[in-house]
Design a binder for this molecule. Structure first.
Ligand SMILES: C[S@@+](CC[C@H](N)C(=O)[O-])C[C@H]1O[C@@H](n2cnc3c(N)ncnc32)[C@H](O)[C@@H]1O
Ligand code: SF4
Ligand code: SF4
Length: 409
């Protein structure tokens, strides 16, 4: 599991209109300084290694990035960064090589498809997008291709825009990109939803079109589909956090360290603009409640995909209230159905259509009631090995916002 180091908190050089960190900016909880020694001590306390995250981590002074990465290389043998890519310069590229920095870049498509990642004026936005595109090409040319995060919304994934987005992925594969993460849009507030959210039908059309594109591509993978297929067969030890019963007060997959050295949670759970202190123990009340609550009241009761989906990320819950299931239920249910159908056609038996499902659901309810959680694969092992609760530690989930994150399962 990777520590997310956020020296400058949510400070950013651009203003993506949909950013889930906007409530923190609106509350003016943006730090003005950071303390290198306090951050290093906190990363050690969390057990490292770390990825530099933000806001925008390239706002950190270059000499301080060098200090952190030289230390990270010596201590853990590699480093990471998750950036919008706009500010990448020659010195950064030198450091990426020298300190073995795995680079993740966020961009929602070429040219106008990236306009929602706004930089103040249309001209500035297009210039910044061109800079990010150039940085991706350069890193590919220099043999260190970044992994990409692409968020799908009205600006890049309606039916008129999908062909251009798909062509871009074909070109990226040709350049050497092998890993892309597709984000569904997390909606913070009605205004963002009205302006940028795809309808459920549009979301389904977009995601199924990318599942189809993947079969045409040979080396570029969209990890969301691998996750969902692996969940359907219970081979889910390496899946991302959104499928792994995340407690919004501890966010197991995200051990954040702020510029002061304070530890923090995943920003997706922060709906009030305040970074609450991490809770010392995990609770699974959300998942027990979702299992028992009818779907018309915000729960998941009776859903055959529950052990795979678990109501998905609490940061995306209906009405911003983590007790509810995700507002994107229709998308995920539709995609699980789509992938399930493909498996049944291929003569496989996904867990959603297997009598074993009820047993695994029972195991999860027992684990959660005891304040524990596992992956499906872990629950199967636990059942086979005599259901010893004392032997269970939490399982599953690397953070969905850093594509090179590893898993703690
Ligand atoms: C908050 S940014 C921080 C790191 C860096 N500034 C970047 O752009 O990669 C982390 C990731 O979250 C994504 N993101 C931000 N708001 C989002 C939202 N509302 N829904 C889905 N993804 C979002 C960004 O596009 C980016 O990939
Ligand atoms: S993105 Fe992951 S860590 Fe963050 S709230 Fe969602 S499930 Fe939890
Ligand atoms: S698909 Fe919908 S109902 Fe089923 S577990 Fe996921 S959020 Fe709940």
């Amino acid at each position: 599991m990777t520590v997310e180091l956020r020296p400058t908190g949510v400070a950013c050089n651009i203003q993506c209109q949909y950013c889930y960190q906007n409530p923190i900016r609106d509350a003016d909880n943006v730090p003005r300084s950071y303390d290198l020694e306090a951050m290093k001590a906190a990363v050690e306390r969390e057990g490292g290694p770390f990825t530099v995250f933000g806001g925008e981590p390239l706002l950190v002074a270059e000499e301080d990035l060098e200090t952190l990465w030289a230390w990270g290389l010596e201590r853990w043998g590699s480093n990471g960064i998750q950036t919008n890519g706009v500010l990448i310069n020659d010195n950064h590229v030198r450091m990426f090589h020298q300190y073995k920095v795995e680079v993740g870049i966020s961009i929602d498509g070429p040219g106008e498809l990236n306009d929602v990642r706004w930089a103040g004026t249309l001209e500035r936005t297009r210039e910044d997008t061109a800079r990010t595109e150039a940085a991706i090409e350069r890193l590919c040319r220099e043999g260190i291709p970044p992994s990409l995060i692409v968020t799908l919304h009205r600006g890049n994934a309606t039916s008129d825009k999908l062909p251009a987005l798909q062509d871009w992925f074909r070109r990226l594969e040709g350049m050497g990109i092998t890993s892309a993460r597709l984000h569904d849009l997390e909606v913070e507030g009605d205004d963002v939803g009205a302006a940028y959210a795809l309808s459920h039908e549009e979301n389904m059309a977009a995601f199924t079109s990318f599942a189809a594109l993947e079969t045409e591509l040979s080396t570029l993978r969209f990890d969301v589909f691998d996750d969902m297929r692996n969940l359907l067969v219970g081979n889910d030890d390496q899946t991302t956090c959104v499928w792994n019963a995340c407690d919004p007060y501890t966010t197991r997959a995200v051990r954040g360290v702020e510029g002061t050295g304070q530890s923090s949670n995943c920003g997706r759970t922060n709906k009030d603009g305040i970074d609450f202190v991490k809770a010392p123990a995990e609770g699974f009340e959300r998942y027990l409640a979702l299992y028992h609550t009818p779907q018309e009241h915000g729960g998941c009761s009776g859903c055959r995909f529950f052990i795979m989906c678990k109501g998905q990320c609490p940061g995306t819950a209906i009405d911003g209230d983590w007790r509810n299931r995700t507002r994107d239920c229709e998308l995920w249910k539709g995609m699980f159905r789509h992938l399930e159908e493909g498996m049944l056609d291929a003569g496989m038996q996904p867990l959603s259509a297997s009598p074993e499902r009820a047993q695994i659901e029972g195991a999860f309810l027992d684990l959660w009631s005891a304040g524990r959680s596992l992956t499906i694969a872990g629950a199967r092992r636990w059942m086979n090995e005599g259901r010893d609760l004392a032997a269970v530690s939490a399982g599953g989930g690397s953070h969905g916002d850093i594509p090179h994150g590893d898993s703690d399962a």
